[in-house]
Design a protein around this ligand. Structure first.
Ligand code: ADP
Ligand code: MG
Length: 695
């Protein structure tokens, strides 16, 4: 009988780097790809880009010194020749590859200086009758100091010594027509010779499908468990009182759309529950999420709790502050403003008003959730543009809320609530729609409300793609629009993520445009302005005193100036899809016909061309997000959430949508009918993972 191999501490540390903490994790450390050493390719048939195994005699061997010390050998078989090149080599290798030796080499073929070559191929000396491998050779994700050979040995040992029992009950396996777990992992680690290499490569083989299904199922289960656990945690019950909320609705200069009413009802119902809400409010740019947030905040306030409203940029937070200040003044409420750029004294004052409970609504940037700020009785935390926040910030908010409500509830002990167990409700908002598959997977632990209609009276934005060669015409267009009393944005290009350069470009563009349009008043907004200056510029633009606003992408989120009807996005080819859509959403907010000009510089990369085409053809944020997912994969779309979420290693939610659907259903069935199997499955896949989401 085989026994588990002893693993040295050094190897354990290296395994940990690969995410392998338990022996069982070795089973799921699956090959990245396979090398086919089951047959020999005649040298005359190999092509650049191919992975091949060739065999022949070394007919030339030398060490060259330019550009670097390199061992170059020529391998020849009956029909052709190929060079083998080694930049780092040992004397023993040089000896092995001496002229006259018969060698078998495996590697990727490329076109080199001398002709076809392999760089650092795997080589070994062979005889005429050295047998070929019987199955494809797995290549595992590895790390420095941990070779393929060691990994293979450890994994083979794990396969021999660990239980491979199926976590799925027989009837479910049958119904889903899935391969067994044990067979699948064995096959993937040691594919038999008759398995099609392509089906392994493309991960379409039944064994891969089983593994991907299992992974998706584990994700579904973990999300559900998380969701359920939330039902056991305690939050203040903030039942609708219809006092302040009804007043605001009555005072608004517009009627809520039915979509806004629907989502507010969903949120209002959640707030009344004794469990923390974690709801994501999705609505395309301009769909009117802010007023829904205001209603939610008022519901907390009319129950005697505080609400906090946090936005990712100072410009956006300040707009919210100004808007809510106006909306809430008739109700006798004054929100407090808190941002990082306030003077120390002012910050202290704001923090005191929050801590004493004197203020019921705090609006600001993430400064709201810094250590120095402690809430008296926080009932609801609202996070706008949640995808812009990092996990750390959301975690801070989460914890802040806990202690805040916890302390407050000490006084409520008569009600029977245990202190420090309470936490605030959370409302997250985003204009970046989540494609269905993402919502089903990475966001499955949240409840989602969607505003699926825009307020009436909006005119759709016309989008134009204009090459930079026609910049002058665009200038004329801007001038004409502004002279007619419209307002325009000029968005400066992103520069390789460099803030300094971006700032410099913004300042230069501002100068250029000011010189070009002496008859217009031209403002400048960027992230580095001090907050008083930023507020002044935004207020002037809003009031119509500035006709043209030159801005960096700080205006990407939330800026709301209905009279602005022209937007020029400079170097649009450098921006991402979601960003372009968000920026374009800054116009088309009033009744005037709006235009968005995407100025681009030739030549366009294929990806940039694809992006511009999508924004040009579609104004539907949802469709755009779907395409974005296709172009970039979930990693980037998840943005900040990514670092808090375990990414899928094997499944691809776009390509494996059918498996995702099955996994979703199966998760429900398992939890209902086979709770032990569900437990076992989570154990196998998540034993050492944190929850998919902790923030
Ligand atoms: P977003 O969802 O992008 O955050 P906002 O909340 O900024 O959108 O709303 C965009 C604009 O629409 C604001 O000027 C807001 O006052 C206005 N608005 C919101 N709801 C309605 C409505 N039901 N009818 C008309 N205008 C509305
Ligand atoms: Mg908004």
């Amino acid at each position: 009988m085989t026994t588990p191999l002893k693993i040295s501490p050094a190897t354990l540390a290296r395994l940990a780097k690969l995410g392998i903490h338990h022996r069982a994790d070795l089973l799921l450390h699956l090959p990245l790809r396979y090398e086919d050493e089951t047959h020999l390719a005649p040298v005359a048939t190999v092509q650049p880009g191919m992975n091949a195994q060739v065999q022949g005699v070394i007919t030339h061997s030398e060490v060259t010194f330019r550009p670097r010390r390199t061992l170059v050998c020529r391998l020849q078989d009956n029909g052709g020749e190929l060079y083998l090149r080694f930049l780092n080599f040992y004397p023993s290798q040089q000896k092995q590859l001496a002229i006259g030796k018969q060698i078998r080499a495996v590697g990727e073929v490329r076109m080199g200086y001398y002709g076809l070559e392999m760089v650092h191929p795997k080589c070994r000396a062979v005889d005429d009758d050295t047998p070929l491998q019987q199955s494809l050779t797995p290549v595992y994700p590895a790390t420095a100091g941990l070779s393929q050979t060691v990994l293979r040995k450890l994994i083979a040992n794990a396969l021999d010594t660990l239980p491979l029992a199926d976590t799925l009950p027989e009837p479910l396996l049958k119904k889903l027509r899935l391969a067994g777990f044990a067979d699948s992992v064995r096959l993937l680690h040691n594919p038999p010779p008759d398995v099609s290499a392509a089906s392994l490569e493309q991960r379409s083989h039944a064994a891969w499908r089983r593994i991907k299904f299992d992974e998706l199922l584990a994700q579904q289960l973990s999300m559900r468990v998380h969701h359920r656990e939330r039902g056991k945690r305690i939050a203040p019950m903030l039942a609708p009182q219809h006092r302040l909320t009804a007043q605001l609705i009555k005072d608004l200069p517009f009627a809520l759309t039915s979509a806004q009413q629907k989502v507010y009802a969903e949120i209002g119902r959640d707030l009344a529950q004794p469990h923390p809400m974690q709801r994501l409010l999705l609505g395309d740019v301009g769909s009117g999420k802010t007023v829904v947030a205001a209603l939610a905040a008022l519901q907390a306030i009319e129950n005697g709790y505080q609400a906090a409203f946090m936005a990712p940029t100072e410009i956006l937070a300040e707009q919210h502050y100004l808007k809510l200040r106006d909306w809430l003044a008739p109700l006798g409420l004054a929100p407090v403003w808190l941002s990082g750029s306030l003077k120390k004294k002012e910050k202290q004052l704001a923090a005191e008003r929050i801590a004493s409970g004197e203020t019921l609504l705090a609006i600001g940037t993430h400064a709201l959730f810094q250590e120095q700020v402690s809430f008296h009785r926080l009932g609801l935390a609202i996070v706008d543009e949640q995808h812009k926040f990092g996990v750390q910030q959301r975690l801070a908010l989460h914890n802040k809320g806990k202690t805040a409500v916890g302390r407050a509830s000490v006084r409520q002990d008569s009600v029977g609530l245990k202190p420090d167990l309470q936490e605030p409700h959370q409302l997250m908002m985003s204009a970046t729609p989540i494609p269905r598959t993402l919502a089903m997977s990475y966001y499955a632990d949240l409840d989602v409300s969607v505003i699926d209609e825009l307020p009436p009276g909006r005119t759709p934005v016309v989008t134009k793609l204009v090459s930079d060669a026609r910049r002058d015409e665009v200038f004329e267009r801007v001038r004409a629009a502004c002279m007619e009393g419209q307002q325009a944005y000029w968005v400066c290009p992103l520069i390789d993520e460099s803030e300094t350069l971006q700032l410099q470009t913004a300042i230069e563009t501002h100068e250029t445009l000011r010189a070009a349009f002496p008859e217009l008043s031209v403002g400048l907004a960027h992230g580095k302005l001090d907050s008083a200056e930023k507020a002044r510029v935004m207020a002037a633009f809003k009031a119509g005193e500035l006709q043209l606003l030159v801005a960096t992408t700080v205006i990407e989120v939330g800026v709301d100036v209905p009279n602005a009807s022209l937007m020029v996005i400079d170097h649009a080819e450098r921006m991402g899809l979601a960003q372009l859509h968000q920026l374009r959403g800054r116009v088309g907010r009033g009744t005037a016909e709006s235009l968005c000009v995407l100025l681009y510089q030739q030549p366009l990369s294929e990806l940039a061309r694809a992006r511009l085409k999508i924004v040009f053809e579609s104004s539907d944020g949802f469709a755009i997000a779907q395409q974005d997912l296709q172009l970039r994969g979930p990693g980037e779309l998840l943005g900040a959430r990514q670092s808090g979420v375990a990414m899928l290693r094997f499944a691809d939610i776009s390509a494996d949508e059918d498996l995702l659907n099955d996994a979703q259903q199966t998760a429900d069935e398992l939890l209902r009918d086979f709770p032990e199997a569900a437990q076992g499955h989570l154990q196998r896949w998540m034993a050492n993972k944190h929850d998919y989401l902790h923030a």
